[in-house]
Design a protein around this ligand. Structure first.
Ligand SMILES: [Zn+2]
Length: 93
């Protein structure tokens, strides 16, 4: 799976960003503060939509389980940079 990091500067500070999986929502202003402390992240994927970092871990673990492989790679992109998060089917990442 490939997903893109959503940065808090995507819109006006008082607009709301919401996870489409668990409905966790924050204003972009709050997201800005929390993301700088590495406490919150939102991501986007075409199939799933917008989702939070907690759901990213749940989804990654589930995909690892479903893949039947020992490892499953989720690529997180930001602009032209990207890094891989490896999920293992035993649930450790
Ligand atoms: Zn979520």
């Amino acid at each position: 799976m490939i997903c893109d990091i959503i940065r808090p500067n995507v819109g006006p500070e008082d607009s709301i960003i919401e996870c489409e999986v668990c409905e966790l929502s924050y204003s972009l202003e709050e997201y800005d503060i929390l993301s700088k402390r590495h406490k919150l992240g939102y991501f986007y994927n075409e199939e799933i939509g917008i989702f939070c970092h907690e759901c990213l871990f749940k989804i990654g673990n589930q995909l690892a389980l479903d893949s039947g492989e020992d490892e499953y790679k989720v690529i997180v992109r930001e602009g032209d940079k990207g890094y891989a998060m490896i999920f293992y089917k035993d649930g450790q990442s």
